[in-house]
Design a protein around this ligand. Sequence first.
Ligand SMILES: Cc1cc2nc3c(=O)[nH]c(=O)nc-3n(C[C@H](O)[C@H](O)[C@H](O)COP(=O)(O)O)c2cc1C
Length: 328
Amino acid sequence: MQIGPYKLRNRLVLAPMAGVTDRPFRQLCKSLGAGLAVSEMVSCNSALWGSRQTLRRMNHEGEVDPRAVQIAGADPTMMAEAARFNVERGAQIIDINMGCPAKKVCHVMAGSALLQNERLVRQILDAVVAAVDVPVTLKLRTGWDPENRNAVAVAQIAEQAGVQALAIHGRTRACGYRGEAEYQTIRNVKQAVSIPVIANGDITGPEKARQVLELTGADAVMIGRAAQGRPWIFREIEHYLSTGQLLPEPGAKEIRTIMIEHINNLYEFYGEYTGVRIARKHIGWYSKGQRNGAEFRRRVNCAESAEEQMGIMQDFFNSLITPAEMAA
Ligand SMILES: Cc1cc2nc3c(=O)[nH]c(=O)nc-3n(C[C@H](O)[C@H](O)[C@H](O)COP(=O)(O)O)c2cc1C
């Protein structure tokens, strides 16, 4: 798939997830097969740009190209400024969030709430596209409620504005995360525009990815929650799409190796205090479904230092490694 000048290595995209898709996680997913990884959203509110959190979100050191940054907000001028600001700091693709409730960040009707106001959508997209000379992409839901699935109209507005790719989560804003994602609207969008379309929502593994690609005709799939604690999902899907064969699940030994590197990168990126706290949720996800996982999470969540956290984690995963894996 191609977005502007960037040819992606495959059809797999890591979804932007606030609090999850920081630089260490994006790098990890890219190394395990994600062709594109969109950063956590950066508020359009310039008062927040000097904050430690925003500066961290804008840190792309060592990240594999292309570096995509998501912005959120409802004011066309502020959104244009935010886009310019991020491009000056290394963003190679600007992604606009109309896909999730961004109220918390901007204190206004931003994110998917914008889908109710197609005029404002057009103004925002025109302003952002005019502000930067990198590709602009848009993430949206299928509409604002099941009676108002206007993704096709919004997609056409986006294409006219010069947006170069669309990612569509197969739920309306009103649906939150309830029910199952619906892919017919994504198919309708794909048929209505000629820019690349990325299908998103409830893609949990290789077979579902292929099914969604076939159902929607989309150019790529975007994966969010299923990559939490399972960043190798990209490698699994990539392999399945190219060979039709399912890769075996990684064993405890490989998970341990991936996790240790990931958690060490979190310590380095955030510093020990915050790193230990951010690591807790990832460690929890990695241990989901493992034998004695609940007891392990209770213990590891009490660890206050990197050394203690790493020790408990290594002991736990060492106890899960089978003799066959150990010998391999
Ligand atoms: C913890 C979390 C944070 C999210 N943050 C964002 C965000 O900042 N911007 C955005 O456009 N979508 C955000 N989303 C929505 C995801 O990008 C994605 O559209 C949604 O989770 C559906 O995909 P999935 O079923 O593969 O998880 C977030 C989702 C989760 C679970």
